[in-house]
Write a protein that binds this ligand. Structure first.
Ligand code: ZN
Length: 284
C-alpha cells in the first residue's frame, strides 16, 4: 500500500481536482483557526447573525474587536500552501477552488475564480440599502470616528480576538452606511445562524460533480457548510482526499488522508508534480 503522500500525488496528477479549503490552510499565515487544534485560544463565542442584527451593544463590541483584528487579517500574506494551490491551478490540475475562508489569501497567492463560500472580510454590506463597500474604506471611517481607540489599538498586540478593556470597547462608535446614512453595516461574511446563498452553494455542488477528485485542505469539516460537499462527492463516486492535522468529520469518506501540516505537504505535492511554484510577491 502506498504512503498517503504518494497516493495524494497520484490522485492530483490525474487533474480535474476541486479544492475545498478551510481555516487550517491559513493558520500558517497567522490567522487563528477557531475550530482546529489551536482553536483553544478563542476568547469569545462566535457572533451570530441574530445577535449582530438585534443587539446594538454586541454589534459595538464586534466592530471594536474587528477593528483591531483587521490589523492582523488585513496584513496577512499567503503561505506556501496557498501558493501551491495556485501553482496546481496554473498547471491545469485544479479545476475549482472553493474556500470556507474569508481572508482572500487564495487570490493573493494568484488563484483565480475562487468561490468564497462564507464571503470575504474585505467587503462590508449595508443591511438596509444593500450597498457593498471595501473594508479599507470602512477602516478609515472607523479610525476617523474613534481617534482615541485607534491610538489604543495601534499600541496593543492583536491576535484577531483582541484583548481590549471594557471601557474602551464601550466607547467605540461604529459607523453607519455612508450612502443611506442609517443602514447597519455588516462584514460581507456568512455569520453563524445565517445561510450561504443558494446560488453559491449550487456553484460549489456543480464544481464537485464535474471534478475528478475533491481535495479538502485544512478543514475539520465540523459544520455542514463544508461537509455537504464531501457527502456529495462520496454519493457521486468522486474520490475524496483530505489533508488536515487531526481527524475530520469526512475521514470515513476519504480515499486518501494525509495527517500533516499543510505548509509541508502542499509544497511537496507541488514539487512532486514538477511545478514552477507560484510565489509571486511573497516568496521569502
Ligand atoms: Zn445603506
Amino acid at each position: 500500500m502506498p504512503d498517503p503522500l504518494s497516493a495524494l500525488i497520484d490522485l492530483v496528477a490525474e487533474g480535474g481536482v476541486a479544492v475545498l479549503s478551510g481555516a487550517g490552510l491559513s493558520t500558517e499565515s497567522g490567522i487563528p483557526d477557531y475550530r482546529g487544534p489551536t482553536g483553544s485560544a478563542r476568547k469569545f463565542a462566535p457572533m451570530t447573525y441574530q445577535t449582530f442584527t438585534r443587539d446594538t451593544a454586541a454589534r459595538q463590541r464586534y466592530w471594536a474587536r474587528s477593528y483591531v483584528g483587521w490589523r492582523v487579517i488585513g496584513r496577512a500574506a499567503p503561505n506556501a500552501g496557498h501558493r501551491a494551490v495556485a501553482g496546481l491551478q496554473r498547471a491545469g490540475l485544479v479545476s475549482a477552488v472553493l474556500t470556507q475562508n474569508v481572508d482572500g489569501l487564495h487570490q493573493a497567492a494568484g488563484a483565480r475564480d475562487v468561490v468564497e463560500l462564507h464571503g470575504s472580510i474585505d467587503r462590508v454590506v449595508c443591511l438596509d440599502c444593500g450597498q457593498t463597500t471595501g473594508r479599507a474604506e470602512l477602516d478609515a471611517r472607523l479610525r476617523a470616528a474613534n481617534p482615541a481607540f485607534a491610538a489604543l489599538a495601534a499600541a496593543i498586540n492583536p491576535d484577531g480576538d483582541a484583548d481590549l478593556d471594557d471601557a474602551a470597547v464601550e466607547a467605540f462608535r461604529p459607523v453607519d452606511c455612508a450612502r443611506c446614512r442609517t443602514g447597519v453595516l455588516k462584514p460581507d461574511v456568512v455569520f453563524f445562524g445565517e445561510t450561504v446563498p443558494a446560488e453559491r452553494v449550487d456553484r460549489c455542488f456543480a464544481s464537485v460533480a464535474e471534478a475528478r477528485a475533491l481535495l479538502v485542505l485544512g478543514s475539520s469539516l465540523t459544520v455542514m457548510s463544508g461537509r455537504r460537499f464531501v457527502l456529495r462527492a462520496a454519493k457521486l463516486g468522486v474520490p475524496v482526499a483530505i489533508v488536515n492535522q487531526g481527524p475530520t468529520r469526512g475521514d470515513a469518506y476519504a480515499a486518501v488522508k494525509v495527517d500533516a501540516p499543510l505548509g509541508t505537504v502542499l509544497p511537496a505535492l507541488g514539487d512532486a508534480l514538477t511545478l514552477a511554484q507560484s510565489g509571486r510577491s511573497n516568496e521569502p
